[in-house]
Design a protein around this ligand. Structure first.
Ligand code: PHE
Length: 338
């Protein structure tokens, strides 16, 4: 029987040494050591041997089995080494291949402008407040001292969701919400979306405003004027002057509209400012005592100013965007420029 084992072992050595791949080696492993292998068949025969021969043959069998295991393990290391060497010789890295490009997103010009505006006001001690886009008539009109028959309330100007529910037409709604919940001193800005029933190259049914509200003892129109001046210079550059024109808003008294000197022609008159030399920026004024009364703030003790600026307009000037509709079409060829 031992001679049979030796024969098997000799054959195993030859085949294992000659194997050229890990795959071949695996097949040899099951051929010589697997359940159906000749070596295992000997294991089964062990039981049929006379009692006294069993230990010695069992030992021999184990010896050969282990030797074959060792042969296979050694060959495996060898083959892996050979594989590795071969891959070093044949695998090449082409350093001239173009790299994989990553598509990076970027902020929408409106978001960028909003963040820039927020940064400027935050650096001057303002907090950022928010209010809902879907509002009630009270916060959008009544509390802002807007008469029942004011044209802005008309369906042709305002999107109504329900009888008393609408899409806010201005961020001034947030003034009321802040005053309802806080006593002065108040110093907030509130950027966000607004909605009006209009649509052309300079008006979009959804647009953005940033509201500001400052209330404290002794706040004056001069503070308002100064704050806006500082803002436009930080936003558009030191050369930019601003001016106030008398205006009317139901919730401020006195009220004004603010213009800045044309960022393209610096006042000479061009196509951007339609020859006037000035560009409209937004509305402003001192908070009307009626609004204080509705919101529960003592108008004998406190005064305050508010203003609302068009963010889309600022973005268009900042990034030289000629048509407001470009901002909301989400054409990638446009957006990728930012
Ligand atoms: N809410 C006004 C508008 O949309 C702007 C404004 C804000 C005016 C604050 C005065 C004070 O036109």
């Amino acid at each position: 029987m031992e001679s049979d084992l030796i024969k098997i072992y000799d054959a195993a050595i030859k085949q294992i040494e000659a194997s050229n791949s890990l795959n071949d080696l695996n097949q040899l492993k099951s051929k010589y050591l697997g359940k159906k292998s000749a070596v295992m068949a000997f294991m089964k025969k062990l039981g049929q041997l006379p009692q006294e021969e069993r230990p010695a043959f069992g030992q021999k069998l184990n010896e050969y089995k282990n030797k074959i295991y060792q042969l296979i393990a050694d060959r495996e290391i060898k083959l892996k080494e050979l594989d590795y060497k071969k891959s070093l010789e044949t695998d090449t890295i082409d350093l001239t291949m173009p790299g994989r490009t990553f598509q990076r997103g970027s902020l929408h010009p409106i978001s960028r402008t909003m963040r820039e505006i927020e940064d400027i006001f935050i650096s001057m001690g303002f907090d950022v407040a928010e209010g809902p886009d879907v509002e009630d008539e009270f916060h959008n009109f009544d509390a802002l001292n807007t008469p029942q028959d004011h044209p802005a309330r008309d369906l042709s100007d305002t999107f109504y969701v329900d009888k008393d529910v609408l899409l806010r037409t201005q961020t001034s709604t947030v003034q009321i919400r802040v005053m309802e919940n806080h006593q002065p001193p108040i110093r907030i800005i509130s950027p966000g979306s607004c909605y009006r029933n209009e649509n052309d190259a300079s008006h979009s049914p959804m647009f953005h405003q940033v509201e500001a509200l400052v209330i404290d003892e002794g706040v004056t129109f001069v503070d308002l004027r100064d704050m806006l001046n500082v803002f436009v210079k930080r936003m558009f550059g030191e050369r930019i002057e601003s001016r106030f024109r008398p205006h009317f808003f139901p919730f401020t008294e006195p009220s004004a509209e603010m213009d800045i000197i044309c960022v393209k022609c610096y006042g000479k008159g061009c196509n951007l400012c339609k020859g006037s030399g000035w560009l409209e920026m937004g509305g402003a004024g001192m908070v009307d005592p009626n609004v204080f009364k509705i919101a529960g703030i003592d108008s004998e003790k406190y005064t305050g100013y508010a203003f609302g600026l068009g963010i889309d307009r600022i973005a268009m000037l900042k990034y030289k965007i000629p048509d407001m509709r470009l901002l909301f079409e989400n054409d990638l060829r446009f957006l990728k420029q930012f």
